[in-house]
Design a protein around this ligand. Sequence first.
Ligand code: GAR
Length: 209
Amino acid sequence: MLKIGILVSGGGTNLQAIIDKIENGYLKDCSIVTVVSSRPGVFALERAKNHNIPACCIPRKEFESLNDYDEALVEHFKKYQAELIVMAGFLSMAGEKFNTAYKHRIINIHPSLIPSFCGKGFYGIIPHQKVIEYGVKVTGATVHFVELEYDSGPIILQKAVCVKDDDTPETLQKRVMEEAEWTILPEAIKLFSEGRLKVEGRKVKIIEN
Ligand code: GAR
């Protein structure tokens, strides 16, 4: 059984997609052992509680340095014996301590096709605003292993979504979630749980079944 720890900061629709795929049997031998939010009062915590998953808030604001925050997160995930950490709409970052403790065992979903529309300041609705401003015709989502620089680690899966002429950031965000994020995040977890991801430098090889 793969023990998964999930980090959230908001509504938790990606968390919900993972919960649903565990409950419908798509993610076999996976269990969410803890959900941690960087912000208090977010709906993602309610979603976890509704499914009897231990959930708590470790507020980023209460820690002076990223190093201190990292220590608190590592201690928490060790206590729950988490083996894979999933950033499912987590809007803080993982520092050196956290990265070292879980090297290539932290994955993140980002709402654009990395390396476009990513990096510091590109989170939540912002990548979709920038996509529309720039006028690109195709965007999407990316699941990648986390490394120290924002959105920089080896890419596991990507899925493209077409931008429509009349899209607003909100309609585009919704479609990227529905058509890409809620599919590729559980798929990446499935591949990880089956031991089918092999990191070779910047590349992630997917081992065939
Ligand atoms: C998602 O679109 C996710 O890709 C994005 O925040 C949203 C969270 O939604 N993450 C980032 O921007 C990370 N840089 P959710 O709370 O409903 O899953």
